[in-house]
Design a protein around this ligand. Sequence first.
Ligand SMILES: NC(=O)c1ccc[n+]([C@@H]2O[C@H](COP(=O)([O-])OP(=O)(O)OC[C@H]3O[C@@H](n4cnc5c(N)ncnc54)[C@H](OP(=O)(O)O)[C@@H]3O)[C@@H](O)[C@H]2O)c1
Length: 394
Amino acid sequence: MKDPLKIRWGILATGGIASAFAKDLSIDPRTRGVEDIEHELIAVASSTSKTKATAFLQSCDAPSRAKAYGNYADLLEDPEVDIVYIATPHSHHYRNAMQCLRAGKNVLCEKAFTVNALQAQILVKEARSRDLLLMEGMWTRYFPLSGYVRENISRGRIGDVDRVIAEHSLSYAGLFSDDKHIMINPDLAGGILLDGGIYSLTWVFQALWRKDSHHPKQQPIVKSEMAKYGPTGVDGMTTVLLEFPRASPFGNAHAVAATSLGLSNDAVAIANDVAVPCIRIQGQLGEIQIFPPAYRPTRTRIVLKDGTVEDKNWPQPGPGVGSGWFNGYGGVHSEGEGHGLFWEADDAGRALKEGRKEGSQLGLDESVLIMEIMDEIRAAAGLRYPDAVETTDL
Ligand SMILES: NC(=O)c1ccc[n+]([C@@H]2O[C@H](COP(=O)([O-])OP(=O)(O)OC[C@H]3O[C@@H](n4cnc5c(N)ncnc54)[C@H](OP(=O)(O)O)[C@@H]3O)[C@@H](O)[C@H]2O)c1
């Protein structure tokens, strides 16, 4: 066995998900059966101060040699950084990703990839012209659970996928102390579609936009309704109906992708073991159910018409019980359990090793297509962010 390739990471931003990612990087990949890749956090940059970046490193189990930068530009000049993980609000992804690419850095950029499809297209063009890796950090696609779901669809266990019902919501109602919160602030491209609806769409696309589908790919027809969050005018609840054209005796495939800022009862349901599936992928032979939360599910059920019921649990690996280690993100994980962002980090690392220029489970054309669909949904409801956020000027 060859020595593992060390992937040297830089992180832009010091917020919640940056911290969860940094901690996941610190976990030995062998705890999840990965032997070809290793990760090292080389540096983190804060847009505001070096003090903040230093405090971040101290709180994230970072290696002692990891560097703290007080601005993003300095990190991009660091020759030790192979790849940058962008964890700024989505309003800033386009600008930050372009800065990285122009500095010759490979990029793993948090979801939502950008604010609109045009920004995404320009980034893709830039990355391709520079032969750099560009990958949307839609981490859920890289979970073994997602691989299992895709494989069971491909094996035809439920027959052709006729319908997907996907729901992902967050119970934020009443929790905003002011209108500047990232989830509702138009200046940060707030609203539930870009933050949470993207997961519902992800599951729809994992089921109905597969490379191995025998139906030729045709873009879905999209209809939607959006309810606005009054104080700031971003979307508080969005429901999308997608129709995927195909030649089938059962007609076109349908999907519902729903999302809300106030309706989730995931935490209560999970704690009381009464969770109902948030994703149902249905065919003529049965259905695959995925239990909440849709962004980080750990439980699946396959129910077939022949009476088969297959339940599976998918705990996130990590140092394990007794390690005294906690990822700590959102306060939801038990001792020794990773958040799960390492799966996408491994895929990015393998891309660098293989010379691949996009994610293995979410290519750039698909990221752009999903951004186009979200543009269409926003346009139908008249949700446009401030020009400074929608712009492609830098
Ligand atoms: N994969 C997931 O499960 C997941 C979960 C949560 C969020 N996300 C995504 O990750 C991104 C960041 O979300 P988050 O929850 O980590 O947000 P957050 O906690 O508010 O952190 C965002 C960070 O971005 C930096 N930043 C730069 N310019 C900023 C500005 N003008 N306003 C606010 N912050 C600014 C700040 O760090 P510095 O100033 O120190 O640079 C800040 O700490 C979003 O795109 C979100 O959709 C993904």
